[in-house]
Design a protein around this ligand. Structure first.
Ligand code: PEP
Ligand code: MG
Length: 420
């Protein structure tokens, strides 16, 4: 089978901003994929091409759309959709810049994901089977209290996540998350009043808490109220996204102004107080050194994740591996711009004993590709927001369907995904 047509259009993401939808026609079937978009983006991410000017406050993506319809269509029309590497290489070479700034990574990522889906269709297999041989249902990390750039409150830590790793299956994790989310809603209303249940960009609540301890304590209380055991069934994770509160060498967080060393001690004490299994971006995006020190200190029991630190870029990841900075990669396909380069970063992580968490962005859509990527690549972990709001539940629901389809062939790592 060949790609008959490559097209694109401007559609809206979950925040209401425009984004690129690519459409690839194979055997008369039109297959689409949508580029996501971050808010707390890393400096070293591939370039998201926006139009500027007045339209959509400068956020239009008509240039990226045009690049798909003309240049990208020119090189991919007539090629085999099952050859992902060839399609991704052709787009990367056509772009010719290190960060895909000419064509836009929002253009290439939408096309790359659409090619993957088209390749799966051409081969007559599900996307997860087309892109890898894994049959691993990931442990989900649910962001149920939103802070930082994803909410409008005082909480500086961006994501407070529920990790129900002690439950026996993916679907049981999802049920626990939904039950705890509802119990958290009641608890927040009782503690802080009705406006505390307003939500942030990823569907988690955005209550008026000032510190991460207050947020984590409340989540554990909600888990207990819902009948789940913290430390046995329920664990916690956080994404500090600390570049967002780093200025002039100090971190303004939890009502304190801290040096990197003091912040490191703060994390260590949080891991003693709470069943934390994962801390993402603990220090600003270029601080490999302090990240390495913290990894050495607590990395044997707590996963230290590089998101803005690595930006799904194998070169930055290899530097981290060499220096011992972090022990897990947060994988976001749009940070690098193609499925092939993301697979490379995942492969390099596994080869070097680093874990991989497939991740959504804070600006999302109904596209569910990342659920398949996590299963096919066998990453064992995914984070895709709260168990609420359509763009988040689309991914969680896709995993329910995959679990059902795989039946007894499905592998669920549970606590082992975190070395517990
Ligand atoms: C993150 O930082 O991990 C995240 C999902 O947020 P964003 O998409 O805003 O970078
Ligand atoms: Mg992050």
């Amino acid at each position: 089978m060949i790609i008959e047509k490559v097209w694109a259009r401007e559609v809206l993401d979950s925040r209401g901003n425009p984004t690129v939808e690519a459409e690839i026609t194979v055997s008369g079937h039109r297959i689409t994929a949508i580029a996501p978009s971050g808010a707390s983006t890393g400096t070293w991410e591939a370039h998201e091409l926006r139009d500027g000017g007045k339209r959509y406050g400068g956020k239009g993506v008509l240039k990226a759309v045009e690049n798909v319809r003309t240049e990208i269509s020119g090189i991919l029309t007539g090629t085999d959709p099952a050859d992902q590497e060839a399609a991704d290489r052709a787009m990367t070479e056509l772009d010719g810049t290190p960060g895909k700034s000419r064509l836009g990574a929002n253009a290439t990522v939408a096309v790359s994901l659409a090619v993957a889906k088209a390749g799966a269709m051409a081969e007559g297999v599900p996307l997860y089977e087309h892109i890898g041989k894994g049959k691993v249902l990931p442990v989900p990390m649910f962001n149920i209290i939103n802070g930082g750039k994803h909410a409008g409150g005082n909480l500086k830590i961006q994501e407070c996540m529920l990790v129900p790793a002690g439950l026996p299956s993916y679907s049981e994790c999802l049920r626990a998350a939904s039950e705890i989310y509802m119990s958290l809603k009641n608890l927040l209303k009782k503690k802080y009043g009705p406006s505390a249940v307003n939500i942030g960009d990823e569907g988690g609540f955005a209550p008026p808490v000032n510190t991460v301890s207050e947020a984590l304590e409340t989540i554990l209380e909600a888990a207990s109220d819902a009948g789940y055991a913290p430390g046995k069934e329920i664990f916690l994770a956080m994404d500090a996204a600390s570049s967002e509160f780093f200025e002039n060498g100090r971190y303004d967080v939890d009502g304190m102004s801290l040096t990197a060393g003091e912040l490191s001690d703060h994390y260590v004490s949080l891991t003693k107080e709470f069943p934390l299994v994962s801390i993402e971006d603990p220090f600003f995006e270029d601080d490999f050194e302090t990240t390495a020190q913290l990894t050495k200190k607590i990395g044997n029991k707590v996963q230290i994740v590089g998101d803005d630190l690595f930006v799904t870029n194998t070169e930055r990841l290899m530097r981290g591996i060499k220096e011992g900075a972090a022990n897990a990669l947060l994988l976001k396909v749009n940070q690098i711009g193609t499925v092939t380069e993301s697979a490379e970063a995942a492969g390099a992580s596994f080869e070097n004993g680093y874990r991989v968490i497939v991740s959504h962005r804070s600006g999302e859509s109904e596209d569910t590709s990342i659920s398949d990527l996590s299963v096919g690549w066998g990453t064992g972990q995914i984070k895709t927001g709260a168990p609420a709001r359509g763009e988040r539940t689309a991914k969680y629901n896709r995993l329910l369907r995959i679990e059902e389809e795989l039946g007894s062939a499905a592998v669920f790592p549970g606590k082992k995904a975190f070395g517990l």
